[in-house]
Design a protein around this ligand. Structure first.
Ligand code: ZN
Length: 410
């Protein structure tokens, strides 16, 4: 049987098709391209039980991924992250069926490894030797490491304020790292000029069509981990929004295969910070596109994206699933991070904490009903953001006894 059932690339705006053997970027009309598969053919030969014997990584879905020849797969074991029941926080929020899918456990400590694994593998397959990308940190870290494994040279441009650990990862991987005294949009402009100047492949979010296919596997996994009965609500911290677009695409494809109920879609929720909420504003105003957000700033650095190229796809996915977009305050992100970490022992990233804060708010508004099954994507490990936790610890002399303040409960 074929390793991949990929058919072609298509433009969701103008409908033009492209060949997956070529090095593709955006459509001529400026829209991102999406990947199509031979679904009818695949439906006849693949069943969910075929997956049971496969390795627990995202390549278990290789028929629904764009890499045609298995020898081109560049993998560090990414995918099949755990889904964890959050009983204590769930009780606190009055959402008894609250789950977290923990992407902090994939290689490089963030969900960006999924997009990097599939994007870099496909880049290798179509003969890319040098690529460049702007990033808020984690994607650059993941792509530079996967590029190192693939023997592809990488040039990464990120804001000078990006998390320190992600810069070190790029340097460890041997990437050409540049910092810009600005936002990811500024990094994007620098990359756009550099790829023209030096003939590099542009791996910017959605300017290459395959990262989304990697992110899509989060949706495939959620469906499989819930035994092909999808949850009611999925909350996703949204910057570029590729994960949300990908999860939506995954669920549609599973419906086409007949593996999940055609009538039931989880309501998809795009979560942003009040410091950068272009998608929420567009959603509330009923727009199809988002205006660039002015003076974007948030502690949840990964979702500090003033203008997402795939904004219309994010807004469409929310509408089609009867979901919503919601912004949360910076204070609520920090307090939720502490709550989840201390109640559940899960040191989530600020972006994940934002999604928890959104779940709490949506339950209070009764948008989430009490007995609904709710999944929160924690997109990365808290240890990648050591500066989010402040606090003084007492330093003792070796001979000194520690004194506990017994009046302070946990
Ligand atoms: Zn087009």
């Amino acid at each position: 049987m074929k390793y991949s059932f990929v058919s072609h690339l298509y433009c969701p705006k103008c409908g033009k098709n492209y060949d997956t053997e070529d090095q593709n970027q955006l459509c001529k009309c400026g829209s991102p391209l999406l990947v199509a598969y031979y679904m009818e053919e695949l439906k006849k030969v693949l069943r969910p039980e075929h997956l049971n014997e496969r390795r627990p990584d995202l390549w278990r879905y290789h028929e629904l991924l764009p890499v045609k020849r298995e020898e081109n797969v560049v993998s560090l074991g990414e995918g099949m992250s755990p889904i964890i029941k959050m009983d204590v926080v769930g009780k606190d929020m009055n959402i008894p069926n609250l789950y977290m899918k923990d992407e902090g456990l994939v290689p490089t400590g963030s969900f960006k490894a999924r997009g990097a694994a599939v994007g870099v593998s496909k880049a290798k397959e179509v003969g890319v030797t040098e690529l460049a990308m702007p990033t808020n940190g984690n994607a650059g870290a993941a792509w530079s490491l996967y590029c190192a494994r693939a023997g592809i040279s990488s040039t990464i441009v990120m804001p000078v304020d990006a998390p320190e650990v992600t810069k070190k990862e790029c340097l460890a991987a041997g990437a050409n790292l540049f910092l810009v005294d600005g936002l990811i949009g500024d990094a994007g402009k620098i990359v756009a000029n550099a790829v023209k100047e030096y003939g590099m492949f542009d791996a910017s979010t959605l300017k290459e069509p395959y990262r989304i296919e990697g992110k899509k596997t989060m949706g495939l996994e959620i469906a499989e981990q819930f035994h092909w009965e999808v949850p009611d609500v999925i909350l996703y911290p949204t910057g570029g929004g590729v994960g949300l677009i990908g999860i939506y695409k995954a669920l549609r494809e599973l419906q086409e295969l007949g593996w999940i109920d055609e009538m039931k879609m989880p309501r998809l929720v795009a979560v942003q910070s009040e410091g950068c909420a272009p998608i929420v504003k567009a959603w509330e105003e009923g727009q199809s596109y988002a205006e660039p957000w002015q003076d974007a700033s948030t502690i949840a650095f990964g979702i500090n994206v003033a203008k997402a190229l795939g904004d219309f796809l994010i807004l469409d996915a929310i509408r089609q699933t009867e979901g919503c977009a919601i912004s949360v305050s910076e204070d609520s992100i920090m307090s939720e991070l502490r709550t989840v970490s201390s109640f559940e022992g899960a040191f989530v990233c600020p972006e994940g904490a934002a999604a928890f804060a959104a779940a709490r708010a949506l339950r209070e508004q009764n948008w989430i009903k009490e007995n609904e099954k709710v999944v929160i994507l924690n997109t990365g490990a808290g240890i990648k953001y050591p500066n989010t936790i402040q606090g003084d610890s007492n330093v003792l002399h070796p001979e000194e006894a520690l004194v506990m303040d017994k009046d302070v409960s946990r």
